[in-house]
Design a protein around this ligand. Sequence first.
Ligand code: KG4
Ligand code: ZN
Length: 358
Amino acid sequence: MHILAIETSCDETALALLEIRGGATAPKVRVVKSLISSQIAIHAPFGGVVPNLAKREHLKNLPILYRQIFSKRQKAKGKENFVPDLIAVTVGPGLEPALWTGINFAEQIYRELKIKNSQLQLVGANHLEGHLYSFLLSQKRGMINNQLSMIELFPAIALIVSGGHTILIKMDSLVKWRMLGETRDDAVGEAFDKVARILDLLYPGGPEVEQLATRGNAEAISFPRPMLHDKSYDFSFSGLKTSVLYYSRDRKLKTNDVKLKADIAASFQAAAIDVLTAKTARAVKEFEARTILLSGGVAANSYLRNAMRVMSRKLSVNFFVAPKKFNTDNAAMIGVAGYFARLRKTRSPLRANGILSV
Ligand code: KG4
Ligand code: ZN
């Protein structure tokens, strides 16, 4: 099946073309093209995403990326553009004005392409499911399938860590799962972004904090590990962020205190990641899981990837995370989510839903 996917939930306009075969038991995903137009430079001066600016940029970028995605493919393959069998568009969660731009655009191209392919379908995709399924994008020529059958992967514990969400999920198969816990306040990516602001770093803060942390001592400051020993699988990162704020204020942090800032970044990062790995490990043990799946923008953090990899080795379970370019928002993952939404026949209505859950 050929899929055209569209993502506009936040500050990235993204389009992708994919080919997926194999259904829910042996999916093989080939990303033909994945284009992302980032709005980071536009939102950076405001220290966060401005919804109406995001909408304006999506409206501008969607037709540009659309032309690009087909013309490049045509050139590369020297043949006719393929007409997709499925268009998948993010319907939520995210910023509703931004989501609508993607949905309206999808409906417009659906009407145009339907003339060429009467079988064409249009599905709404859940952004969080996109992250959840993104590990399938780590297949190198179907590597996951060659190494393990999908049945051997489950049960799996999936951790989604993004700017808006921190969710722990138990998956019984590619189409059946349930949420074990989520954050009660800030998402972990949000905590990274807020700590970055405290430390005078640029937006988005995650990569900046990670970069600065490489020069710091993770044991210099013992920040709290919120809810580490709590019996639930919920998280809380707002108190940790506040501790960083008070610690920095108490020391009257100055712009040129690079060593102190690096220690704060490293110690904060270690505290957040300790909680994420400990809760994931506990879920793996409790549910006798065979696999850990890590996804979402914060999964691009090398320290977190390593911590999860080390922990999965200790527990003798598989560990999968997509290449970094598919951790942060992209449309390839939306194509995969759309494919499975169609298989499950649980389609989301084509209406923006800012608070859609998994
Ligand atoms: O998944 P994503 O691109 O967008 C949402 O769905 O929210 O995640 C964005 C979040 C931001 O909070 C960003 O700071 C964080 O992911 N992030 C990172 C890293 N790269 C992105 N956090 C920590 N370390 C990173 N290297
Ligand atoms: Zn995301």
